[in-house]
Design a binder for this molecule. Structure first.
Ligand SMILES: Cc1cc2nc3c(=O)[nH]c(=O)nc-3n(C[C@H](O)[C@H](O)[C@H](O)COP(=O)(O)O)c2cc1C
Length: 444
């Protein structure tokens, strides 16, 4: 059966995907930028708008990292404001389960679901570092297995809160003055190793009942958590072979939780570069990559793996002779890196082999190893490739990360979306009103 393509828009967070130096680049703080990207996504009938989360300014070599943007506003505030200027677009917020409390987060998502008439989604992340944890009362951070244990318990607790109100408990009765039809409305009790809470939840059942749940962990624990509980998974595995392996892996985990293949959508992040011809696009894409990875940025990436000050290293020369320092990263703080899951010395060995085989300078090597899946070509080529990837089970669709904020989706929506529609793999109107309906997910 031909699958339908899902598309979503990722508002750039702090990263070097966005070419901030481009004259067309706008603010990543001003509301008008959020509105522009969201309304373009809605014009393109995208499923949702996506915000990542970073809770502390990143640092490197003891200084604030300022090679891309610094700072970002609060997720719930931005998404609530966007609810007022969009009508069908889902609103997905990345909110971590390590530093927050279930009551507060459940209220925020239920409220967003009301304000948006059923368009809220929660990307449940655990966050990774102690450095970020210093900003919070909880302090420090939990080891990986405990972070996922807490995430599960957090989501269970939030679900208990959302389900403490049932359809029909609510506002319809306001007209006759019966605010609380059920005497125990909203009452809940939840006890486990992380939470011991009981009380009364005060946000009525929202249009979707619960927000759509996303997960973004990549480890075995993260994938199990997604298979057990998530409606969609946001991944970095968008390249063809890697994406197919990831897709098969997470879908294979579903039956153990009594779930079907279609109960979990796989939506990796991908970029794109459009040109009038494939050759044009390839040239623009090369230029974009060089702007994304300046010499200075290449050195910073190198330091994140090497865990050493390499500020004197020449980005246009070979990789450093010295080896990375293993263990805790003391040079780069507040960002995920390839170090999370692998010994940096193994990664360095692979990078050296690649650089030597392809005769790459440090900067060229970093361009190569930090590139994510990018659909590059004329609109027809890009539409065809996205469809091919979806039909081949690399993904169920893509969360697009444009390299220009806020206008980077314009051409995609104008030129690629109509071609996907012509291929018969993309909607010509929103099928439903809630995000759950538009994603084809079962009601809860
Ligand atoms: C694609 C992807 C996107 C993520 N986005 C965020 C984010 O925006 N904010 C955040 O705090 N953590 C984010 N994370 C980190 C996860 O929450 C998690 O802490 C990290 O991946 C380590 O867990 P893991 O070992 O299961 O991958 C992201 C992870 C992945 C794989």
């Amino acid at each position: 059966m031909t699958k339908q393509v899902h598309l979503a828009a990722h508002f750039p967070g702090v990263n070097n995907t966005t070419v901030w130096s481009d004259p067309a680049a706008g603010s990543h703080i001003e509301f008008s930028s959020f509105v522009r990207l969201a309304q373009t996504a809605e014009r393109g009938l995208f499923d949702f708008f996506f915000l990542a989360e970073g809770l502390r300014l990143r640092e490197q070599n003891g200084l604030i990292y300022d090679l891309d943007v610094v700072g970002r506003p609060d997720t719930f505030t931005v998404l609530s404001a966007l609810a007022a200027v969009t009508t069908h677009l889902g609103l997905t917020g990345t909110i971590n389960s390590t530093f927050n409390e279930p009551y507060e987060v459940a209220r925020q998502f239920a409220s967003l679901d009301h304000l948006s008439d059923g368009r809220s989604a929660w990307n449940v992340v655990t966050s990774w570092d102690e450095f970020t944890g210093e900003n919070f009362r909880r302090g420090g951070y939990l080891p990986q297995d405990q972070r996922y244990a807490r995430a599960k318990q957090f989501l269970d607790a939030a679900t208990t809160l959302w389900d403490s109100w049932r359809d029909g408990d609510v506002l319809a009765d306001v007209a006759v003055g019966q605010y609380l039809a059920r005497p125990d409305v909203g009452s809940f009790e939840h006890r486990d190793s992380q939470f011991d809470i009981r009380g009364q939840f005060n946000v009525p059942r929202s249009p979707q009942g619960r927000p759509v749940i996303f997960q973004a962990g990549d480890s075995d624990e993260g994938r199990e958590f997604a298979a057990a509980t998530a409606d969609a998974i946001f991944s970095r595995h968008a390249k063809y072979a890697d994406g197919r392996a990831f897709y098969a892996d997470v879908k294979r985990r579903l039956p153990a939780y009594g779930r079907r293949r279609d109960d979990l959508l796989v939506l990796p992040a991908a970029t794109f570069v459009l040109g009038d011809t494939d050759a044009d696009a390839a040239e623009i894409a090369r230029d974009v990559r060089l702007q994304q990875v300046s010499g200075q940025t290449a050195i910073k990436f190198l330091e994140q793996l090497w865990n050493r000050d390499l500020s004197d290293h020449d980005p246009d020369g070979p990789l450093p002779q010295v080896d990375p320092i293993p263990g805790e990263n003391t040079v780069a703080k507040g960002r995920a890196s390839v170090r999370i899951h692998r010994d940096p010395r193994d990664v360095a060995r692979e990078w050296r082999e690649l650089a030597s085989a392809r005769k790459l300078t440090t900067r060229e090597l970093i361009v190569e190893v930090t590139g994510r899946q990018s659909f590059i070509g004329s609109p027809a080529t890009v539409a065809g490739a996205i469809n091919d990837f979806v039909q081949a089970d690399v993904a169920d669709g893509f969360i697009l990360v444009p390299h220009i904020t806020p206008g980077g989706l314009d051409r995609f929506v104008d030129d690629v979306v109509p071609l996907l529609q012509e291929l018969g793999v993309y909607r010509t109107e929103y099928p439903g009103t809630t995000l759950r309906e538009n994603l084809g997910l079962a009601r809860v």
